[in-house]
Design a binder for this molecule. Sequence first.
Ligand code: BES
Ligand code: MN
Ligand code: ZN
Length: 498
Amino acid sequence: MQITFSEPKLPTSGTLVVGVFEENVLTPAAKAADNRLNGALSRAMKAADFTGKARQTAELLAPAGSKLDRIVAIGMGKADAIDALGAEKAGGTLYAKLSKAGGPVTVVVEGVGKAGMRAPEIAAHMAFGLRLRAYRFDKYRTTMKKEDKPRLKKVAFGVKGAAAAKRAYQPLAMIGDGVYFTRDLVSEPANVLYPESFAAEVKALTKLGVKVEVLGEKQMEKLGMGSLLGVGLGSRRESQLVVMQWNGAPKSKKSKPIAFVGKGVTFDTGGISLKPGNGMWDMKWDMGGAGVVSGLMKALAGRKAKVNVIGILGLVENMPDGNAQRPGDVVTSMSGQTIEVLNTDAEGRLVLADALWYTQDRFKPEFMVNLATLTGAIIVALGNVHGGLFSNDDELARRLEAAGKAVDEPIWRFPLHAEYDKAIDSPIADMKNISTAGGAGSITAAQFLQRFVNKVPWAHLDIAGVTWSNKDKPTVPKGATAFGVRLLERLVADHYEA
Ligand code: BES
Ligand code: MN
Ligand code: ZN
């Protein structure tokens, strides 16, 4: 998608898009277009019952007396209520409406008086929303008909203060690149994306100034990561631990880094505790947490965030095999704690146990946030709307909740409690990897992780319900959502940049 900003001018060909605020408060451009067409635009809006409510659209095709192909009115909602999210959703809705349109598209963006956001800001966020909605993963569609593919490739925004709009769009474009990177990783099938090929994709971030180290099985064995390595025993693919570092804080500021850790199970069959066949294909996106951490690092490095950040990925494939670990096996984690593996399908926590321990041990971070498609139980509790939040630190939890709200990636906090913790005590090891008490499956998993954070401020986001979407949303087409990239980028921007 090519997006440009220039000073506003009514186009003489192609598609003209004008914003209309609620109760048909025509912006000056809309009014000018309407006048030129002798009121045809107002009549079309009336005929379509269009009143300017957020995300309504109305269109007028090949208007007489004009060389334009069409004019589209996009509802912007109440003039004084327009905000970044509203503008993004308008932009995304516009993309969905025009994706099959040929020819140039010009969007004229105006603010209305003192109320609400300024026009350059609105334009930048509309462009961002449009780009987010335009994501596609069709590299394997070799016989797709041309008419089924989107034709919209270029959108020009006409806005007073185009230079300011361009400037405001710059960091958003970098966040967009991060979101696209995550969606690409999450969409790839597991025969293409496995631990080594995933690590290779992440290596490309060195071009942006990210330092990337990749640890293989030998190195992890030396570190004593028996918990992570146990999960990969049944796989032909070698497990990997990826360590990314972005050092963007000014040298004068000696602060602890912040750290993000992702579950990267490139395919989860369940292992010997094999999952049923129906729906198992979804487990290609069991690396969603690692995908988000990768996209976040890309976004932060892309916009040269003034912060020191660590990104850690635990990459493994969970397969049944003659060499796979068995239910009842006992493994020793890097922390020294032993784990009785009662269910080989509760593997994400085994991967994160060593990844979290390694992160706090090596980097002594100010905080750690891990992301994981960890439990089916979180989908029972929250469906596909909120992610689950678990934390040992109220301030960090509040900041995460606020960031999620601000970017429309909402999360809901669950409790941690000693009584839940007891449920994973084992009679033959320090702990077992599932509770046999029944109930509270997502909390049990979080309690397990907490045993490996060594009192560092920490939060766990269970994103099993929000990593993949079966329906289109204004700025998120169905498929891989990248839920978490924008949330964490916002967390960093709001609290941790020098
Ligand atoms: N990757 C799954 C969780 C999951 C389920 C993610 C559905 C996305 C959609 C995880 O590894 C898993 O299998 N969890 C088990 C844990 C159980 C064995 C305690 C689950 O949720 O059933
Ligand atoms: Mn599993
Ligand atoms: Zn899993």
